[in-house]
Design a binder for this molecule. Sequence first.
Ligand code: PGA
Length: 253
Amino acid sequence: MRKHIVAGNWKMNKTFEEADDLINDIMDKLEGLTLDRNTELVICPPFPYLEMASEYGDESYFAVGAQDVSEQDSGAYTGEVSAAMLESLELTYCIVGHSERRAYHHETDEIVARKVDQLLKYNLRPIVCCGEVLQEREEGRQFDVVKKQITDGLFHLSAEQFANIVIAYEPVWAIGTGKTATPEQAQEIHAFIRGLIAEKYGKEVADETSILYGGSCKPSNAKELFANPDVDGGLIGGASLKADDFIAIATAF
Ligand code: PGA
């Protein structure tokens, strides 16, 4: 049975002290709570807090991921963080190809593919984001856009490598806007993505791939989104910055 994953993408928020407080708050709330055994909680704080989060994660019930990684292995790339560095912090996950990186840092599908390769080389699980912008949806091109992102970013992998991939479908028009895709819209695209994976790697691999929904997911809509057969959890931005909301979403299955 494929995993349910609820991952908090903190983006560029919180000072060190605030990050420490938020993690402790999450840990307090997790104590005595029985999460569905098939649900994994992931926290993706900014780079400077990864070591702290990773140490706390060892004592608690969550995994830790980074928000980005360099496509290069090592060397003269000022400001970059390599997959080897993330592995040395014993992280589990790393987000790749988030729409904010695609929009503000010109991250193409080819760059996403190279970042995925780096992460797999160092035993990290990529959470690969895809999703259309509003105009593409209005023109009915969401399926083509997502197909291209998945094909060019991931379909160079072998089936064995692909087994480590988590996908996050995040319609860009729903990110940080308060506008959520309807459960039907989410299910439609998630089923389409699973179909693409089945075509390329077979039904077994497709059935085991966790496909998360992201975009204004919050306690009030998580249950109806997660109730869909092809929605295996969420990539949570704004609502992951409050322990109560994040835990409420994690228990919405
Ligand atoms: P949001 O962000 O939940 O604030 O819409 C989701 C994301 O960008 O990962």
